[in-house]
Design a protein around this ligand. Structure first.
Ligand code: EAX
Length: 323
Protein backbone atom coordinates (compact mmCIF):
# COMPACT_ATOMS: atom_id res chain seq x y z
CA UNK A 1 0.00 0.00 0.00
CA UNK A 2 1.37 3.35 -1.06
CA UNK A 3 -0.26 6.35 0.57
CA UNK A 4 0.85 9.61 -0.86
CA UNK A 5 1.59 11.29 2.45
CA UNK A 6 2.57 14.55 0.86
CA UNK A 7 -0.71 14.89 -1.01
CA UNK A 8 -2.54 13.90 2.14
CA UNK A 9 -0.73 16.50 4.25
CA UNK A 10 -1.19 19.26 1.69
CA UNK A 11 -4.83 18.47 1.18
CA UNK A 12 -5.53 18.41 4.89
CA UNK A 13 -3.58 21.63 5.33
CA UNK A 14 -5.75 23.21 2.67
CA UNK A 15 -8.77 22.20 4.70
CA UNK A 16 -10.15 19.55 2.32
CA UNK A 17 -11.24 16.07 3.24
CA UNK A 18 -8.65 13.81 1.66
CA UNK A 19 -10.80 10.77 1.01
CA UNK A 20 -9.42 10.01 -2.45
CA UNK A 21 -5.74 10.45 -1.67
CA UNK A 22 -4.87 6.82 -0.88
CA UNK A 23 -3.84 4.71 -3.84
CA UNK A 24 -2.69 1.10 -3.93
CA UNK A 25 -0.68 -0.17 -6.88
CA UNK A 26 -0.77 -3.83 -7.94
CA UNK A 27 1.00 -5.72 -10.73
CA UNK A 28 -0.39 -8.15 -13.29
CA UNK A 29 1.58 -9.89 -16.04
CA UNK A 30 1.22 -12.06 -19.13
CA UNK A 31 3.74 -14.08 -21.14
CA UNK A 32 2.54 -12.93 -24.57
CA UNK A 33 2.67 -9.50 -26.25
CA UNK A 34 0.37 -6.61 -25.36
CA UNK A 35 -1.21 -6.66 -28.82
CA UNK A 36 -3.04 -9.92 -28.17
CA UNK A 37 -6.16 -11.49 -26.65
CA UNK A 38 -4.28 -11.63 -23.32
CA UNK A 39 -3.14 -8.01 -23.56
CA UNK A 40 -6.75 -6.99 -24.14
CA UNK A 41 -7.74 -9.04 -21.08
CA UNK A 42 -5.38 -7.38 -18.61
CA UNK A 43 -5.66 -3.89 -20.13
CA UNK A 44 -9.46 -4.06 -19.80
CA UNK A 45 -9.15 -5.44 -16.27
CA UNK A 46 -6.79 -2.61 -15.25
CA UNK A 47 -9.06 0.06 -16.69
CA UNK A 48 -12.15 -1.44 -15.05
CA UNK A 49 -10.54 -1.80 -11.61
CA UNK A 50 -9.47 1.83 -11.67
CA UNK A 51 -12.89 2.97 -12.83
CA UNK A 52 -14.83 0.81 -10.37
CA UNK A 53 -12.69 1.85 -7.38
CA UNK A 54 -12.52 5.55 -8.36
CA UNK A 55 -8.79 5.24 -8.87
CA UNK A 56 -8.03 3.93 -5.37
CA UNK A 57 -6.47 0.86 -7.01
CA UNK A 58 -4.03 1.15 -9.87
CA UNK A 59 -3.07 -1.95 -11.86
CA UNK A 60 0.36 -1.96 -13.53
CA UNK A 61 0.44 -4.23 -16.58
CA UNK A 62 3.47 -6.21 -17.80
CA UNK A 63 3.70 -8.10 -21.08
CA UNK A 64 5.83 -10.61 -23.04
CA UNK A 65 7.08 -12.46 -19.97
CA UNK A 66 8.97 -9.38 -18.72
CA UNK A 67 8.27 -10.52 -15.13
CA UNK A 68 8.86 -14.20 -16.01
CA UNK A 69 6.83 -17.06 -17.48
CA UNK A 70 3.35 -18.17 -16.42
CA UNK A 71 4.51 -20.58 -13.71
CA UNK A 72 6.73 -17.93 -12.17
CA UNK A 73 3.90 -15.40 -12.16
CA UNK A 74 1.58 -17.84 -10.40
CA UNK A 75 4.27 -18.63 -7.84
CA UNK A 76 4.75 -14.90 -7.24
CA UNK A 77 1.03 -14.47 -6.65
CA UNK A 78 0.96 -17.42 -4.26
CA UNK A 79 3.89 -15.92 -2.33
CA UNK A 80 2.35 -12.45 -2.44
CA UNK A 81 5.31 -10.77 -4.16
CA UNK A 82 2.97 -10.03 -7.08
CA UNK A 83 -0.73 -9.33 -6.43
CA UNK A 84 -2.18 -10.56 -9.73
CA UNK A 85 -1.50 -12.88 -12.66
CA UNK A 86 -3.22 -13.85 -15.87
CA UNK A 87 -2.23 -17.27 -17.15
CA UNK A 88 -3.25 -20.14 -19.34
CA UNK A 89 -4.03 -23.34 -17.43
CA UNK A 90 -0.69 -24.74 -18.67
CA UNK A 91 1.14 -24.64 -15.33
CA UNK A 92 -1.99 -24.33 -13.14
CA UNK A 93 -2.44 -28.06 -12.28
CA UNK A 94 0.91 -27.89 -10.47
CA UNK A 95 -0.86 -25.58 -7.98
CA UNK A 96 -4.49 -26.74 -8.15
CA UNK A 97 -4.62 -30.33 -9.48
CA UNK A 98 -8.42 -30.29 -9.87
CA UNK A 99 -8.07 -28.01 -12.92
CA UNK A 100 -6.33 -30.78 -14.88
CA UNK A 101 -9.65 -32.04 -16.21
CA UNK A 102 -10.16 -28.89 -18.32
CA UNK A 103 -7.11 -29.71 -20.44
CA UNK A 104 -8.33 -33.12 -21.59
CA UNK A 105 -8.18 -33.24 -25.44
CA UNK A 106 -11.40 -33.15 -27.45
CA UNK A 107 -13.43 -32.46 -24.29
CA UNK A 108 -15.24 -29.36 -25.57
CA UNK A 109 -17.22 -29.20 -28.82
CA UNK A 110 -16.57 -25.54 -29.48
CA UNK A 111 -15.86 -22.23 -27.72
CA UNK A 112 -19.51 -21.68 -26.82
CA UNK A 113 -19.54 -25.03 -25.00
CA UNK A 114 -16.27 -24.29 -23.16
CA UNK A 115 -17.38 -20.79 -22.14
CA UNK A 116 -20.73 -22.08 -20.87
CA UNK A 117 -19.00 -24.74 -18.75
CA UNK A 118 -16.48 -22.26 -17.30
CA UNK A 119 -19.13 -19.63 -16.53
CA UNK A 120 -21.55 -22.23 -15.13
CA UNK A 121 -21.48 -24.32 -11.94
CA UNK A 122 -18.54 -26.53 -13.02
CA UNK A 123 -16.27 -23.57 -13.72
CA UNK A 124 -17.33 -21.81 -10.53
CA UNK A 125 -16.66 -24.93 -8.44
CA UNK A 126 -13.16 -25.05 -9.91
CA UNK A 127 -12.53 -21.37 -9.16
CA UNK A 128 -13.34 -22.06 -5.51
CA UNK A 129 -10.60 -24.75 -5.37
CA UNK A 130 -7.96 -22.02 -5.56
CA UNK A 131 -8.89 -20.54 -2.16
CA UNK A 132 -7.14 -23.25 -0.16
CA UNK A 133 -3.92 -22.74 -2.16
CA UNK A 134 -3.45 -19.06 -1.40
CA UNK A 135 -5.29 -17.65 -4.42
CA UNK A 136 -8.52 -15.89 -5.19
CA UNK A 137 -9.45 -16.97 -8.72
CA UNK A 138 -11.40 -14.02 -10.11
CA UNK A 139 -12.66 -15.32 -13.47
CA UNK A 140 -12.03 -17.67 -16.37
CA UNK A 141 -10.94 -16.30 -19.72
CA UNK A 142 -9.32 -18.12 -22.65
CA UNK A 143 -6.57 -18.75 -25.17
CA UNK A 144 -8.92 -20.69 -27.45
CA UNK A 145 -8.51 -23.99 -29.28
CA UNK A 146 -4.92 -25.10 -29.81
CA UNK A 147 -3.48 -26.12 -33.18
CA UNK A 148 -0.18 -27.75 -34.17
CA UNK A 149 2.65 -26.03 -36.03
CA UNK A 150 6.04 -27.39 -37.11
CA UNK A 151 8.97 -26.76 -39.41
CA UNK A 152 9.21 -30.25 -40.94
CA UNK A 153 6.06 -31.31 -42.78
CA UNK A 154 2.35 -30.90 -43.38
CA UNK A 155 0.40 -32.73 -40.71
CA UNK A 156 -2.72 -34.13 -42.39
CA UNK A 157 -3.28 -37.28 -40.35
CA UNK A 158 -2.28 -38.33 -36.84
CA UNK A 159 0.52 -40.55 -38.21
CA UNK A 160 2.26 -37.41 -39.48
CA UNK A 161 2.83 -36.35 -35.85
CA UNK A 162 4.92 -39.41 -35.03
CA UNK A 163 8.49 -38.51 -34.12
CA UNK A 164 8.01 -34.73 -34.26
CA UNK A 165 9.83 -33.04 -31.41
CA UNK A 166 7.41 -30.53 -29.99
CA UNK A 167 7.47 -28.00 -27.21
CA UNK A 168 4.56 -28.54 -24.84
CA UNK A 169 3.30 -26.58 -21.87
CA UNK A 170 4.36 -27.77 -18.42
CA UNK A 171 1.01 -29.54 -18.13
CA UNK A 172 0.83 -33.26 -17.31
CA UNK A 173 -2.41 -33.83 -19.27
CA UNK A 174 -0.98 -32.29 -22.44
CA UNK A 175 2.25 -34.23 -22.11
CA UNK A 176 0.43 -37.56 -21.72
CA UNK A 177 -1.88 -36.82 -24.65
CA UNK A 178 0.82 -35.71 -27.06
CA UNK A 179 2.90 -38.78 -26.25
CA UNK A 180 -0.21 -40.69 -27.31
CA UNK A 181 0.17 -39.13 -30.76
CA UNK A 182 3.78 -40.32 -30.87
CA UNK A 183 5.13 -36.78 -30.40
CA UNK A 184 8.49 -36.36 -28.65
CA UNK A 185 7.42 -33.92 -25.94
CA UNK A 186 9.66 -31.14 -24.62
CA UNK A 187 8.00 -29.10 -21.85
CA UNK A 188 9.20 -25.51 -21.78
CA UNK A 189 8.05 -22.11 -20.50
CA UNK A 190 6.50 -19.90 -23.16
CA UNK A 191 9.12 -17.10 -23.20
CA UNK A 192 11.72 -19.63 -24.45
CA UNK A 193 9.62 -21.05 -27.28
CA UNK A 194 10.41 -18.63 -30.14
CA UNK A 195 14.16 -19.12 -29.76
CA UNK A 196 13.78 -22.90 -29.40
CA UNK A 197 11.82 -22.98 -32.68
CA UNK A 198 14.27 -20.65 -34.38
CA UNK A 199 17.31 -22.67 -33.34
CA UNK A 200 15.66 -25.99 -34.12
CA UNK A 201 15.84 -27.26 -30.53
CA UNK A 202 12.26 -28.39 -31.21
CA UNK A 203 10.45 -28.95 -34.54
CA UNK A 204 7.13 -27.58 -33.46
CA UNK A 205 4.71 -26.33 -30.85
CA UNK A 206 0.95 -26.03 -30.43
CA UNK A 207 -1.08 -22.94 -29.57
CA UNK A 208 -4.27 -21.14 -30.59
CA UNK A 209 -4.20 -18.80 -33.62
CA UNK A 210 -4.27 -15.83 -31.22
CA UNK A 211 -0.96 -16.89 -29.65
CA UNK A 212 0.66 -17.99 -32.94
CA UNK A 213 -0.05 -14.55 -34.40
CA UNK A 214 0.92 -12.54 -31.30
CA UNK A 215 4.19 -14.48 -30.92
CA UNK A 216 4.99 -14.27 -34.67
CA UNK A 217 5.59 -18.02 -34.84
CA UNK A 218 4.96 -17.75 -38.61
CA UNK A 219 8.53 -16.43 -38.82
CA UNK A 220 9.94 -19.73 -37.56
CA UNK A 221 7.26 -22.31 -38.48
CA UNK A 222 6.09 -23.28 -41.96
CA UNK A 223 3.30 -25.80 -41.36
CA UNK A 224 0.06 -25.21 -39.45
CA UNK A 225 -2.69 -27.82 -39.03
CA UNK A 226 -6.03 -26.84 -37.53
CA UNK A 227 -6.14 -29.78 -35.16
CA UNK A 228 -8.14 -27.96 -32.47
CA UNK A 229 -7.00 -30.82 -30.24
CA UNK A 230 -7.60 -29.09 -26.93
CA UNK A 231 -9.33 -26.00 -25.56
CA UNK A 232 -6.99 -23.77 -23.60
CA UNK A 233 -8.58 -21.81 -20.73
CA UNK A 234 -6.99 -18.80 -19.05
CA UNK A 235 -7.56 -17.47 -15.56
CA UNK A 236 -7.29 -14.24 -13.57
CA UNK A 237 -5.57 -14.97 -10.24
CA UNK A 238 -5.09 -12.76 -7.20
CA UNK A 239 -3.16 -13.31 -3.98
CA UNK A 240 -5.77 -14.46 -1.45
CA UNK A 241 -4.57 -12.29 1.44
CA UNK A 242 -4.60 -9.17 -0.80
CA UNK A 243 -8.12 -10.02 -1.91
CA UNK A 244 -9.31 -10.62 1.65
CA UNK A 245 -8.08 -7.16 2.63
CA UNK A 246 -10.50 -5.51 0.21
CA UNK A 247 -13.87 -4.13 1.29
CA UNK A 248 -16.91 -6.11 0.11
CA UNK A 249 -17.59 -3.51 -2.59
CA UNK A 250 -13.98 -3.55 -3.81
CA UNK A 251 -13.97 -7.37 -3.91
CA UNK A 252 -16.96 -7.20 -6.22
CA UNK A 253 -15.23 -4.50 -8.28
CA UNK A 254 -12.21 -6.77 -8.86
CA UNK A 255 -14.40 -9.74 -9.80
CA UNK A 256 -16.51 -7.64 -12.17
CA UNK A 257 -13.39 -6.11 -13.71
CA UNK A 258 -12.02 -9.62 -14.37
CA UNK A 259 -15.33 -10.60 -15.99
CA UNK A 260 -15.10 -7.54 -18.25
CA UNK A 261 -11.52 -8.53 -19.07
CA UNK A 262 -12.70 -12.04 -19.98
CA UNK A 263 -15.44 -10.64 -22.21
CA UNK A 264 -12.98 -8.48 -24.16
CA UNK A 265 -10.52 -11.39 -24.29
CA UNK A 266 -13.07 -13.80 -25.76
CA UNK A 267 -14.19 -11.23 -28.35
CA UNK A 268 -10.57 -10.84 -29.46
CA UNK A 269 -10.10 -14.63 -29.69
CA UNK A 270 -13.18 -14.77 -31.95
CA UNK A 271 -11.71 -12.01 -34.10
CA UNK A 272 -8.32 -13.76 -34.31
CA UNK A 273 -9.97 -17.08 -35.15
CA UNK A 274 -11.97 -15.41 -37.93
CA UNK A 275 -9.00 -13.65 -39.54
CA UNK A 276 -6.08 -15.82 -38.39
CA UNK A 277 -5.83 -18.41 -41.15
CA UNK A 278 -5.84 -15.85 -43.97
CA UNK A 279 -3.37 -13.72 -42.03
CA UNK A 280 -0.95 -16.62 -41.43
CA UNK A 281 -1.24 -17.81 -45.06
CA UNK A 282 -0.38 -14.32 -46.23
CA UNK A 283 2.72 -14.52 -44.05
CA UNK A 284 3.80 -17.72 -45.79
CA UNK A 285 2.46 -20.54 -43.65
CA UNK A 286 0.89 -23.61 -45.22
CA UNK A 287 -2.40 -24.19 -43.42
CA UNK A 288 -4.13 -27.58 -43.43
CA UNK A 289 -7.74 -26.79 -42.59
CA UNK A 290 -9.58 -29.91 -43.80
CA UNK A 291 -8.41 -32.53 -41.32
CA UNK A 292 -10.40 -35.62 -40.51
CA UNK A 293 -10.88 -34.82 -36.82
CA UNK A 294 -12.29 -38.28 -36.06
CA UNK A 295 -8.91 -39.84 -36.90
CA UNK A 296 -7.16 -37.63 -34.36
CA UNK A 297 -9.78 -38.48 -31.73
CA UNK A 298 -9.37 -42.20 -32.52
CA UNK A 299 -5.57 -41.98 -32.23
CA UNK A 300 -6.00 -40.81 -28.63
CA UNK A 301 -8.44 -43.58 -27.62
CA UNK A 302 -5.89 -45.38 -25.37
CA UNK A 303 -4.90 -42.12 -23.67
CA UNK A 304 -8.52 -41.15 -23.23
CA UNK A 305 -9.22 -44.47 -21.53
CA UNK A 306 -6.48 -43.50 -19.07
CA UNK A 307 -8.06 -40.07 -18.54
CA UNK A 308 -11.45 -41.70 -17.89
CA UNK A 309 -9.83 -43.74 -15.13
CA UNK A 310 -7.95 -40.76 -13.72
CA UNK A 311 -10.79 -38.21 -13.75
CA UNK A 312 -13.84 -40.47 -13.65
CA UNK A 313 -16.14 -40.95 -16.62
CA UNK A 314 -19.02 -39.27 -14.80
CA UNK A 315 -16.96 -36.09 -14.25
CA UNK A 316 -15.87 -35.98 -17.90
CA UNK A 317 -19.44 -36.66 -19.08
CA UNK A 318 -20.74 -33.88 -16.85
CA UNK A 319 -18.55 -31.49 -18.85
CA UNK A 320 -19.16 -33.14 -22.24
CA UNK A 321 -22.93 -33.10 -21.81
CA UNK A 322 -23.23 -29.64 -20.27
CA UNK A 323 -25.74 -27.47 -22.10
O1 EAX B 1 -0.79 -18.37 -22.48
O2 EAX B 1 2.54 -21.56 -22.89
C1 EAX B 1 1.67 -21.53 -23.78
O3 EAX B 1 1.79 -22.15 -24.83
C2 EAX B 1 0.48 -20.66 -23.59
O4 EAX B 1 -0.53 -21.00 -24.46
C3 EAX B 1 0.93 -19.25 -23.85
O5 EAX B 1 1.86 -18.92 -22.88
C4 EAX B 1 -0.19 -18.29 -23.73
Amino acid sequence: MKISRLVLALTLAAGFVASAAAQTTMRISISVAQNSHQGVAIDTFAKEVEKRTSGRYKIQTFYSGSLGGERESIEAVQLGTQALAFSSTGPVPNFVPETKILDVPFLFRDKAHARAVLDGPIGQELLAKFDAKGFKALAWAENGFRHMTNSKRDVKAPEDLKGLKMRTMENPVHIAAYKGFGIVTTPMAFPEVFTALQQGTVDGQENPLSVIIAAKFDQVQKHLSLTGHVYSPCIFLMNKAEFDKLSAADKQAFIDAAKEGAKANRARVDEDDAKGVADLRSKGMTVIDNLDKAKFVAALAPVNAEFEKQFGKANLDRIRNYK
